[in-house]
Design a protein around this ligand. Structure first.
Ligand code: COA
Length: 536
């Protein structure tokens, strides 16, 4: 594609395109519906009660905190989707990256309309994931606190272990020690774990009247030491700002607290990477991103040329493709997104030895040139069979895994189709800690597809089962396996459990990636020093 104007073979008027687009519209309608539910928080009645108490919804607080017109790169809005009978929208917290005083900040806001803002296990995961992103990208963290601490019925899943509530506090301390500011504003009742969020912050603001901080609320105090005291005297804003010194600033209302937080950020004296210009002027793609659904469709078995997707994501649709005539099932290309350079690895079929080593070689080039890597996953796995094994597929695929895992540059991943088996690993799945990982609503993630899993498990069973009733048992197993793998490979199953940073629409992908590239530009390099290129 070098030196020639990019050409697309897509015909939007064709029957296949139209059918794909129509089917994808249904997926997008479902996604939008679910996003609307998650964004509504704990529902009308609880939201009304919240507002009647003079409090603002968590999302409105964020809007008031961010610079006017700032984008908000939200993380896992559908966390806990489908769990707890739908009773914990967004896992009771909103998290994402936005600009405050021109500075990229991670914002984590509890939603008190969802079980008093208490922490379910998905809330803890989301909170820790947001902190990890902040640490990796050197972002200050702004906590908008309105939190009842650990969700007590789940105490064994949120309290004692590594990766539970304690880790969120460990992270606060460690980030502060690394010079990443931790600032809290307290808007509601913060009990026990909820109290430690402001208490472990570098600076804390509290709202008069509604903000409360106590390790144990009045009922616990009564039970523990038989002291009878009201909440305001025990942990109110005036007491904490004037007597205990737990908080540093008293705000008359929520707006004042948010304005104070902005003022603190204004004086942080950190480099303002957020507004840094990209190295090259951004140019829109020559082909419309709205056409992507018509190209990819919802049926993962339907092949398409991934270059058609890339041409709708990158600046001017310009791809400098590496080894275009070798290892055809992995497209490797340098490009720009919103003016920022990136090295892309995109599946175009099953990974063979040739495509694997080509990917490893390309990653080395990106290391040497300082190009962040973008993995677009649509992969059933690496090639199997005697020919592939004799050709050393295990060692060649390992080269791709090794090069990807040890890459010195930031890595981004988008699941645009299937994410199966070792293909998930080679293409920088969650286990390999990419800086960000998003999914499309048409994606699927599992060790293998439902059909393959059903064949594998029933074959194993058949070998051990004989006699009357065996076939009946095998039929049951086949049905159960297909159902299990279908349910568990669904992207909503994945995003609910925070296996990704959120489901995004194909047409939003370019902008999301542009924001990610802007954010990671300010992070810590994964490694420094010379980076050789070994020809594979
Ligand atoms: N664990 C389990 N459920 C909790 C909870 C927690 N930590 N905190 C609040 N909830 C639940 C409440 O039981 C209530 O559930 P319901 O709607 O099914 O009745 C819902 O969340 C809302 O709580 P409510 O007390 O009505 O809200 P509020 O806005 O008046 O008060 C708090 C919010 C957080 C101040 C208050 O709920 C509280 O103090 N919770 C207990 C905190 C605690 O002791 N935490 C210890 C954790 S280690």
């Amino acid at each position: 594609m070098t030196g020639v104007a990019p050409q697309s073979a897509v015909d939007p008027s064709s029957a296949g395109f139209q059918k794909n687009a129509a089917r994808y519209q249904e997926l997008l309608a479902t996604l939008r519906e679910r996003m609307a539910v998650a964004m509504a928080g704990g529902g009308d009645a609880l939201m009304r009660r919240h507002i009647e108490r003079g409090k603002l919804p968590a999302r409105e607080r964020i809007e008031l905190l961010l610079d006017v017109g700032s984008p908000f790169l939200e993380i896992s809005p559908l966390a806990a989707w489908g769990l707890y009978g739908g009773g914990v929208p967004a896992a009771g917290a909103v998290a994402g990256i936005g600009l405050v005083e021109g500075q990229h900040c991670m914002v984590i806001a509890n939603d008190a309309t969802v079980k008093g803002g208490s922490f379910f296990k998905e809330t803890v995961r989301k909170h820790i994931r947001a902190q990890d992103i902040a640490l990796q990208n050197r972002l200050p963290v702004l906590y908008l606190v309105d939190c009842g601490g650990a969700y007590l019925p789940q105490q064994d899943e949120v309290f004692p272990d590594w990766g539970h509530f304690g880790t969120t506090f460990y992270n606060q301390c460690r980030m502060s020690a690394e010079g990443l500011p931790q600032i809290s504003a307290v808007f509601g009742g913060c009990t026990a774990g909820g109290a430690y969020i402001p208490a472990l912050s570098d600076e804390a603001i509290i709202v008069q009247g509604t903000g409360r901080i106590h390790l144990g609320g009045p009922p616990i105090v009564k039970a523990a030491i038989n002291e009878v005291i009201d909440g305001e005297s025990l942990g109110g804003a005036a007491m904490h700002t004037r007597v205990s010194g737990v908080t540093d600033y008293l705000a008359a209302d929520e707006r004042e607290a948010l304005a104070k937080m902005r003022q603190i950020v204004r004086h942080l004296n950190m480099p303002k990477h957020g507004s840094a210009e990209p190295p090259r002027a951004a140019r829109p793609p020559r082909f419309d991103a709205a056409e992507i659904p018509g190209i990819v469709g919802a049926d993962l078995k339907q092949p398409y040329d991934v270059r058609e997707v890339l041409m709708r994501l990158v600046d001017d649709s310009e791809l400098q493709e590496f080894k275009p005539e070798y290892g055809a099932t992995l497209v490797c290309a340098s490009a720009h997104i919103h003016g920022r350079p990136v090295g892309i690895l995109a599946n175009n079929g099953v990974l063979f030895s040739e495509s694997s080593v080509k990917g490893a070689h390309f990653i080395e080039l990106c290391n040497q040139r300082g190009l962040p890597l973008l993995f677009l996953q649509n992969i059933t796995g690496f090639m199997v069979g005697s020919e592939a094994e004799r050709g050393g597929i295990a060692k060649h695929s390992a080269k791709l895994v090794y090069a990807m895992a040890t890459a010195r540059v930031p890595r981004l991943t988008v699941l645009i189709g299937g994410s199966y088996g070792a293909g998930n690993y080679g293409m920088c799945g969650r286990g390999f800690a990419p800086h960000f990982l998003f999914s499309w609503p048409s994606s699927r993630i599992a060790t293998m597809s439902p059909e393959v899993a059903t064949t594998v498990l029933t074959d194993l069973k058949r070998a051990s089962l004989k006699g009357p009733g065996a076939e009946h048992e095998i039929d049951d197993l086949a049905r159960e396996t297909t159902e299990q793998f279908t349910r568990q490979s669904d992207p909503y199953y994945a995003t609910a459990r925070l296996w990704d940073d959120g489901i995004i629409e194909p047409a939003q992908t370019r902008d999301v990636l542009g924001l990610c590239l802007q954010v990671i530009a300010q992070g810590t390099p994964r490694a420094t020093g010379p980076s050789p290129v070994f020809r594979m």
